[in-house]
Write a protein that binds this ligand. Structure first.
Ligand code: AMP
Ligand code: MG
Length: 348
């Protein structure tokens, strides 16, 4: 692994990464949202490698990462709305879906005539794009650097453990600050539509655009035939063991039930799920029980988002029977965290 965790990095690993990308290879790349699996978006074979390594279905389009709004205009038909959002939120955790420009490489679009574009604020990403400009690489296709459907990586070590030797070069830019995937807004179909919640709220987008933004999961949008997208699958971002998302009260009751079973020297089985060893992610420390592992769920949303995937990776590695998560507040600011937890829970 190249680089150091404080985000400083010498030129050597960046030059190596640029050489790998120029030769049609893939690398692990830090961004402020999650780590990406990056390849030259203009190289069909390189983009195909991303799908193979991730095990991602071929009809799921990839986000193309560019250096700035000017570079984005080489890839997409630019619009005033795109300019507004780019001015307000780039570089940052916002992806814009626009009509793809005639002649722009289509390989990341999975057959759609649109393209998703983002400018990451991560300093390592920015330096890499600078190093790539002289060799004519202006876009990196970069989905999250994990196997399809599994927990996303927020640290270089997660990429290593998830993808191993398939990705020999992982640039280490430290833990991802935002911690959940970008907000995606589709500007290609008239009225703007939120395809995926992320660090930037629906309200912030609407305020910037001066018009309402619908959510893709709303009834009205479903009827308008929203495109099927991987982040929109009901099951995604999942640990290898069952994850249950429970209200504070239901979680407390379950722990009580487990305590009762243990005190009767029985192996706890709750709702058909064996709970000999469990992990709990909630704000309050639970009363101690044998075989119970607790991590503190931050009550501040930015911190909870930043810790989410790292916590799930850690809890998954404990070899527990189940991961029990307290439902975070049902408030708009928590939408992205709620969304990822619900999809993790839907996996079983
Ligand atoms: P990721 O898995 O982080 O690479 O994000 C991919 C997501 O970007 C997909 O789930 C879609 O929501 C969105 N996306 C990418 N490209 C397109 C496109 N051409 N049209 C519509 N949505 C797209
Ligand atoms: Mg992903």
């Amino acid at each position: 692994m190249s680089g150091v965790a404080d985000g400083t990095m010498t030129d050597a690993p960046l030059a190596e990464a640029a050489a790998v990308l120029q030769a049609g290879g893939v690398i692990g790349l830090p961004t402020e949202t999650v780590y990406g699996l990056a390849a030259n978006a203009a190289d069909e074979q390189a983009v195909t490698s991303i799908y193979r390594i991730k095990g991602r279905p071929a009809d799921h389009p990839l986000i193309v990462h560019v250096a700035d709004a000017l570079a984005a205009q080489q890839w997409a038909e630019w619009t005033p709305a795109a300019q507004r959002l780019a001015d307000a939120f780039w570089p940052g955790p916002l992806t814009l879906v626009l009509r793809r420009r005639a002649g722009a490489p289509p390989f990341a679009s999975a057959g759609q005539d649109t393209i998703a574009l983002r400018v990451s604020s991560h300093p390592v990403f920015q330096r890499l794009m600078q190093a790539l400009a002289p060799v004519g690489i202006t876009g990196l296709a970069a989905p999250s650097a994990n196997r399809f459907g599994r927990i996303s990586p927020s640290r270089a070590a997660h990429v290593r453990s998830g993808l191993g030797s398939a990705v020999p070069l992982v640039l280490d830019g430290g833990p991802s600050e935002v911690g959940v995937e970008s907000t995606i807004v589709d500007l290609s179909r008239g009225a703007p539509v939120l395809l995926r919640p992320g660090g930037i709220s629906l309200q912030a987008l609407a305020d910037c655009l001066g018009q309402p933004v619908r959510a893709a999961d709303s009834q009205a949008t479903r009827e308008a035939d929203a495109p099927r997208v991987p982040g929109a699958l009901p099951s995604h971002y999942a640990p290898s063991v069952p994850l249950r998302l429970l209200s504070a009260g239901a979680l407390a009751a379950l722990l009580q039930q487990r305590a009762t079973a243990l005190s009767a020297a029985q192996t706890p089985v709750i709702d058909g799920l064996p709970m000999g060893r469990i992990a709990v992610w909630r704000p309050e420390p639970p009363p101690e029980q044998p075989g119970l592992f607790w991590r503190c769920q931050p009550t501040e949303v930015a911190l909870a988002a930043r810790h989410l995937y790292d916590t799930l990776h850690q809890l998954d590695a404990l070899g527990v029977d189940a991961i029990l998560v307290e439902q975070p507040p049902a408030e708009p600011a928590w939408r992205a965290v709620q969304d990822r937890l619900q999809r993790a829970a839907a996996a079983g």
